[in-house]
Design a protein. Structure first.
Length: 220
């Protein structure tokens, strides 16, 4: 086990289950943090590292679904796997709708538990990679000057240089220079790449659905 091993947060008021499952996961190479209540997890700062939460449904005080909602409100994005000793279809459906990764019923077979954890960790890894990519794209956009941001916004909407010049009250030559700077700072090789960047960071792009934007590199 290393510090880079995923950290599994196990929240369950059943002492025997908590200890036995914790030992099992450690034997499988995971790091494990044990909590006897939802409240105990809430007062423990969760480090931003790969992992997931194994959460009992029925506990004294704050129950599993209530903790799930509280964590969502707090911005926690670790995948949650519910484990319960009581099969409850409405509860499981609501938990999944709220974003739970899986819902398991005790006694949980080792293979099913590990498969659920691997699925949750794969989701967490994908989400972290997407967050990293988004941070890189946002950093590229932050290089743009206010005027370049205006040009960027119009370019990804499919505006031609002459249209942009007219809208901004400047010359086509100036727009071409700004557009070149936008391409360089955003590290985009084509208009299509620039549009994908805009869509990824949530910039409004007004194109007809299903039709790729025309790459007007000849337009400057």
């Amino acid at each position: 086990m290393t510090l880079t091993s995923p950290l599994i947060h196990l929240v369950d008021d059943d002492v025997a289950f908590r200890i036995a499952t914790g030992r099992l996961l450690e034997a499988c190479g995971y790091r494990v943090a044990l909590y006897e209540s939802a409240e105990q997890l809430l007062v423990t700062p969760l480090a931003n590292q790969p992992g997931c939460i194994l959460l009992d449904v029925r506990m004294p005080g704050l129950n599993g679904p209530e903790l799930q909602r509280r964590l969502i409100d707090l911005g926690n994005r670790l995948p949650i796997i519910f484990i319960t000793g009581h099969g409850d279809i409405p509860t499981s459906v609501n938990a999944i709708k709220a974003g739970a990764s899986d819902f398991l019923t005790k006694p949980v077979e080792k293979a099913k538990l590990l498969a659920a954890i691997e699925g949750a960790l794969a989701h967490d890894t994908k989400r972290r990679a997407e967050d990293d990519e988004l941070a890189i794209l946002q950093a590229r956009l932050s290089r743009l000057t206010p005027r370049e941001r205006e040009v960027f916004g119009l370019v990804v909407r499919g505006k031609l240089n002459k249209q942009i010049a007219s809208e901004l009250g400047t010359s086509e030559r100036t727009v071409k220079a700004h557009r070149q700077k936008v391409m360089e700072k955003c590290e985009a090789q084509s208009l299509a790449e620039l549009v994908r960047l805009a869509e990824r960071v949530g910039q409004s792009v007004n194109h007809r659905p299903g039709i790729a934007p025309k790459d007007n590199r000849s337009d400057g």
